[in-house]
Design a protein around this ligand. Structure first.
Ligand SMILES: Nc1ncnc2c1ncn2[C@@H]1O[C@H](COP(=O)(O)OP(=O)(O)O)[C@@H](O)[C@H]1O
Ligand SMILES: [Mg+2]
Length: 524
């Protein structure tokens, strides 16, 4: 089928040298020819006729371009704004790029969920296409657009990083989009002088091949979702100092996007990474700043659904996600949006409120969260008034809510009333969380060398849910009720296990907390 060729049209083609389909974007039209920039960085001129006969990806934005209306628009139905080139974005972020016109030496394989078996994603080496520029250790997680692996790059410094790879056909909603968002945020909002607790992902290296791309970013220790699971596994709750610390980080991280006029639109515990520093590195000065400077932080990741508010003529533009557009998981979605009401900042404010409520009340809600009677549902001994006040503002999701100001209020309360000069109390509680989620194994480069055996080509890695979580009691967080026994050691790995893959299966466990990406959008 012939299609009209316009600048920004996404096209697909197969080349003899590449085994898969290659995607590109029309960058320029000049008379009867047009310039296509392929995803691996090569730009080539084609006749308009050739390009109009090219296929479009299944989730191509232009397929769902809505009729222009004055009302709410579907932010995923078009490419509303032209950003500078990828090269300019990478330079803005100081990210190294490795581009190759060849086919990728790796592949993501997805096995759909069947019966009680959850969806499973594997990173498969393709030695025929050369050596991958990393050594993979284990899978960290996956979502609708791709999967993330814990790897060591084969560069001189051999950094241990998180490597995100997108499914074929999802590049535009994955890594490429994330780079665009981060670069634009950093242009609009220069990095703050003092290290905040909450922020956005730090990218390190971008790899582009003809048929796939990958991005290496700073490796976090866990996500808020996995920490909550770990705590529930030992029948523990968040104590007020750590709850405040994570709340401050979450508010600051969402604010990092909002203050640059972007919405995240997918705020949930799976997309909040936690990194722990070294207790000995915490210096003097204001407690929260000193802890953040020592490397303790909350990182909001995954900008696949981010919406650029500056891309619309109407400064108050509102949005609706179309039936076939990606959407947030219902659990964290602002309830009116589930009933087709239009949204703007509410989408992130409500999700943030819901997360903070779960951190404070220690429970997972299935029902709608309302701002009434909040105080009575919060732990005794906490500053319930302050928490209820912050939560009510977020849940009621008024457009004027200042996330930075809420973070500062919580910071003052934490420093003045809860810690009262005793920084060690919070550091100790955070270190307990680190031990809980890492099973004492540090993720630093040194630990990587001594503790985690790099994956050989014919060896499989344990999916995260099979790792043993070792727990040591914390003086600041006594278990409530009878603590469950830690799970027993995982049995020794059989050498006959699946070969040449680092795989990840959706964790079983509590269905309510289970990552429900399947609901979001199934990419093909
Ligand atoms: N930097 C990181 N450090 C540790 N784990 C990460 C990191 N980035 C992502 N993950 C894990 O991978 C999962 C999927 O990553 P994400 O960027 O959210 O991809 P998707 O768009 O597929 O949801 C996350 O929920 C998290 O568990
Ligand atoms: Mg995600």
């Amino acid at each position: 089928m012939k299609r009209e060729v316009t600048v920004d049209r996404v096209v697909q083609a197969s080349f003899p040298a590449a085994e898969g389909v290659v995607e590109g974007i029309v960058r320029q039209i000049d008379g009867a020819r047009c310039l296509v920039e392929w995803d691996h960085g090569v730009s080539e001129w084609y006749s308009l006729r050739a390009v109009s006969a090219m296929k479009e990806p299944a989730m191509s934005p232009q397929k769902r371009r809505p009729a222009r209306t004055s009302g709410p628009v579907d932010p995923y139905a078009g490419r509303p704004r032209k950003f500078p080139s990828r090269g300019a974005d990478l330079a803005q972020l100081g990210v190294r790029a490795t581009t190759s016109p060849d086919a990728a030496p790796f592949e993501l394989k997805r096995r759909a969920a069947s019966g009680s078996k959850p969806e499973h994603v594997s990173l498969v080496a393709r030695p025929r296409r050369g050596e991958a520029p990393w050594v993979a250790h284990r899978a960290l997680g996956h979502g609708a657009f791709g999967a993330v692996f814990d790897v060591t790059l084969r560069t001189e410094a051999r950094p241990r990083v998180a490597l995100k790879i997108c499914f074929a056909g999802a590049r535009r909603f994955g890594i490429e989009r994330e780079i665009e968002v981060l670069a634009e945020v950093s242009r609009r909002r220069p990095a703050p002088k003092t290290a905040p607790v909450g922020g956005l992902a730090e990218l390190e290296t971008f790899f582009a091949y003809r048929d796939a791309s990958a991005v290496a970013m700073r490796l976090a220790d866990t996500t808020l979702s996995d920490l909550a699971k770990g705590l529930r596994g030992v029948a523990m709750r968040f104590s007020e100092p750590v709850a405040l610390f994570y709340a401050i980080g979450t508010l600051e991280a969402v604010d990092a996007l909002h203050s640059a006029d972007f919405l995240h639109a997918d705020v949930k515990p799976d997309n909040l990474c936690l990194t722990y520093g070294e207790p000995d590195d915490v210096g003097t000065g204001k407690p929260v700043d000193a802890i953040a400077a020592a490397g303790y932080r909350v990182t909001l990741i995954d900008y696949s659904l981010a919406v650029d508010l500056r891309a619309y003529e109407n400064p108050d533009q509102r949005f609706v996600s179309g039936a076939d557009s990606p959407a947030q998981v219902p659990e964290y979605c602002w309830p009116p949006a589930l009933k087709d009401a239009s949204w703007r900042r509410e989408i992130d404010l409500y999700a943030t409120g819901r997360i903070l409520y779960q951190v404070a009340a220690g429970s997972i809600l299935t029902k709608t969260l309302t701002s009434t009677n909040l105080e009575t549902r919060l732990p005794r001994g906490w500053n319930r008034r302050l928490w209820a006040d912050v939560l009510a503002k977020l849940i009621d999701a008024d457009e004027s809510v200042d996330l930075g100001a809420l973070a500062r209020t919580m910071r003052r309360h934490l420093e003045k009333n809860v810690l009262a000069g005793d920084t060690a109390k919070l550091v100790e509680a955070l270190d307990h969380h680190r031990r809980l989620v890492t099973g004492e194994a540090r993720r630093g480069a040194d630990a990587a060398a001594t503790r985690v055996k790099p994956m050989e080509a014919d060896e499989s890695c344990e999916p995260p849910e099979q790792r043993t979580v070792r727990v040591s009691p914390s003086p600041t967080q006594p278990a409530r009720g009878r603590a469950k026994r830690p799970r027993s050691e995982a049995p020794a790995r059989s050498s006959r296990r699946a070969r040449a893959v680092v795989s990840y299966a959706e964790p079983k466990g509590n269905a309510k907390l289970r990552n429900s990406h399947g609901v979001v959008w199934t990419s093909r």
